[in-house]
Structure formats: C-alpha cells, structure tokens
Design a protein around this ligand. Sequence first.
Ligand code: 5MM
Length: 341
Amino acid sequence: MSERLEDIAAAMVADGKGLLAADESSGTIKKRFDVIGVESTADSRRDYREMMFRASDAMTKYISGVILYDETIHQKAADGTPLVDIIKASGAIPGIKVDAGAKPLAGFPGDTITEGLDGLRERLADYYKLGARFAKWRAVIDIDVAKGVPSATSIGSNAHALARYAALCQEAGIVPIVEPEVLMDGAHDIDTCYEISKTTLTKLYTELYAARVVLEGTILKPNMVLAGKKSGKVSSPDEVAGKTIKLFRETVPAAIGGIAFLSGGQTDEQATANLNAINAIGPHPWKLTFSYGRALQAAPQKAWSGKAANVAAAQAAFAHRAHMNHLAALGQWQPTLEQAA
Ligand code: 5MM
C-alpha cells in the first residue's frame, strides 16, 4: 500500500468502510469488562481484542483501520502472531492512540486539557516501526453553560495541542486523526452543541493551518451535533444530519482526507441511524464514515462475556454492527435491517 499520507487517509475512509476504535486505556477497558463480569488482565484484554481482529467477515469487508492502545500494539495473539499482523492480514491499517488522556486544566474548573506531547516525536518513530500508519489524539470539550464550561482557554489550548500533535505525526509519516470531542453528556440543547462545536472546529482549523499541517493527510473525528443526554431530548436523525452538515460546511475545509465520527454514548442504533441520515442528504465535499468504539463493541462485548465458547457469537455481533455502519456510511441503511439480524 502507498505510504503517502493522503493515500493512507483515503484508504481509511474508503467507500463503506470505517474505523474500529479499540484504543480504550486500561482504566476504560476495565470499566467495560466490569459490566460483563470479566476481570481485566493482559490476557483477557488480548483474548477480547484478538476475537475482534480475527472476525474476518467484519474486518475484511467493513473495517479500514483499527485504533490500538499502546499495550495492544505490542501484544501477540494466543498462537504468537502479533495482533498487528492479524489486522494487516485482513487488509485493515493499524493505528495508535498517542495522547496521554484529558487532565484537569489548571485555573479552569470543569475544563480539561489533553496531555502527551512530551517525547511524542520519539514515540511516533517507534509506533511507525511497529506498523502504525495513523494515530489518534482526543481533546475533550465538556459543556456546562451555567459554569462557563468550556472556556475559550480550554478550546484554544486543546486546538493548539491537536495541531502540534498533527504536525509531529505527519513528520513521522503517520496520518493524524484529530478528535475534538464535544461531549454529549450535559443538559444542553442541540443548538448549544452546534455553537460550541462551531467555535471548536473554527479554532482547530486555524491552529492546523498555523502549524502547517497538510490537510489532505488528516482525518477529522468529530462528534455529531446532538442534544445533551441530560436534556431529556433525543434529536431526530434528520435534525442531527441537517445541523451536523451545516456545521461542517461552515467550518471544515473540503481538502481534508475525510471525516470519521465518534459515537460518544449514543445507542448502537442511534449512531447508525444518524450516520445514515448524514450520508443520505449528500453528496458532501468529504467522505463521512464511522470511527466507533462503544457503538461497534457494546454488542460483541456482551455476547463474548469472557468465554471462549462465545467467540463465534461475539464475532457475529461485531460483524452485524460493522455491516449496519457500512450501510450507513453509504446512506443505504434501513431500520428493518436491524430486525432481520
Ligand atoms: C475507545 O475509546 C476511546 C477512549 O478511550 P480512553 O477514554 O480510555 O482514552 C475514545 O477516544 C474513542 O476512540 C472515541 O471517543 C470514540 O469512541 P466512542 O465510544 O465515542 O465511539
């Protein structure tokens, strides 16, 4: 495969394919495993992820790349094959989360800043040798209007860090996924999400230009425009699609390599229905696909529940969600297809 950044980015958003975000840090995967009653150990994390990466139907047809956590990119399958080789054999591209997580932003209660720039140049060189051809950095923007969250300082600092990360990735021959996640956890309405996402994306692209990042060799991983979970409102797919595309037309350059959404706590079916509605009102200047963590993994996690005997059922559950999101990335999904599973 071509090593040019724009070719890697194009392959990441190839028609009907999307990314599997399997980059949960140790704390997050423990929380997921707690729900299914599985102890989180290096071996159980390996078994779980190996199950997904060996789901050849899902991986070969619907998954363009996998975002890994540091532990996973170094891990070998039970038979000794590096997990990275299993991913590559399926035709998917290995990627790596390189941020060190969101930490409280000093002086701005409620805001966070994502850390991880120190030593990043050296870490990227190591990850390249291990096979990673794209990376991910997630900035977290919470909304609590009454408390003045997010502050302009938080948005500015996070956008600046994303741009420094993206420039270092490109220097290393790695496509940066830039992820400025405006959280859907708050009580805000959909228009507040739209306004804060607009400020965030405007600042992000200003910083990316200033850092001389080549936009064609980047992928944006954004939130959709939605009402907050605590608002008690569920935005309809038509409303989400209309406001999300309006936002992107106003803020996201057509030059970027593509857009791969996070699911952000939507239900599996909402994440699919909203992606489908977004693509159904195309054509758009960019490819729009999925880079889902929870919305691809919740079903297979439950089906697996830590038992080798459940591997086939878990792989089928993963293939189903990947198939539904494949159709949504093409604007061809229908709710009846969920029942047909
Ligand atoms: C897979 O989850 C990633 C976050 O892990 P940590 O919080 O442990 O660092 C996350 O960045 C993920 O890649 C994106 O948010 C998309 O995941 P969702 O679940 O929102 O689709």
